[in-house]
Design a protein around this ligand. Sequence first.
Ligand code: FES
Length: 319
Amino acid sequence: MDTTRREAELDLVVRKRTVIAKEVVELVLSSRSGEELPPWDAGSHVDLLLDDGLVRQYSLCGRPARDEWRVAVLREHDGRGGSAHVHDRLVEGTSVRVRGPRNNFPLVPSPRYLFIAGGIGITPILPMLASAEEAGAHWRLLYGGRTRLSMAYSEELAEKYGDRVVICPEDASGRLDLDEWLGTPADDVLVYCCGPESLLLAVEERCARWRAGSLRLERFVAKAVPDSTDHSFFEVELARTGGTVTVSPGETILAAVERAGVRPPYSCEQGTCGTCETKVLAGTPEHFDSLLTDEERDEGKTMMICVSRAACPKLVLDL
Ligand code: FES
């Protein structure tokens, strides 16, 4: 992951707004002046900076274009207001501030892929299919959802890619048969999965016997983080700014460094978006984020300071 990024913030306009499935709206965003947008690649997402301080991450799901960006948003009835804001207030012609793009879910070159999407988790997978196709890789997509009507882009996927796409609406065909698809590990296949937590956990469980690094997941909802009051005090040395701060059990590193006057970028504060990713110069982090791979965790070169802590008395961070 890139820890030296400086992200653009742009005021974009909602050029087009289409209901593409039950409770799913697609927005096409572009600059008012027609200026080119920053480049992006498959797996990238952007932050929508909504009113009232709401910040929500959505995958870019169209072609990797510079003239417009597309996002598709599911209305979450038990959400915290972000998707309702998008559905109810971002009508055509509305301006919206957008930060990014950022890619925590890059498509690593491979001769073969198995893509698994659940519900709105199809969005980051869409540009991956196009990239895999362009690279001449072999791929299959398993796409599950509650009903066909709730599954965004299912018709166009079936039309475009035929039987390489397995569409599995639960009310008609039952759940995705993960045992069939993941039961036998394959050394030359990378598995990419995005969807609800239950699907991610089921795929993780089945891929546990696969070669390390075979499975790549994207979580937009954080994994459960242990109560931070159970943790102990540790110190963080700020290598660039100078000085050391003490992080107490009920506090995050992010809060502690802000208390010391340092203002690192952050967004979700849940360990899912990658905005606060910080280089670790010394010490061993204890990771509680939902986006680093197992290899990246073991390397310990980087951490999400909004949730992760120290597994040692002192960390030295590039802050
Ligand atoms: Fe999103 Fe830390 S702010 S991962």
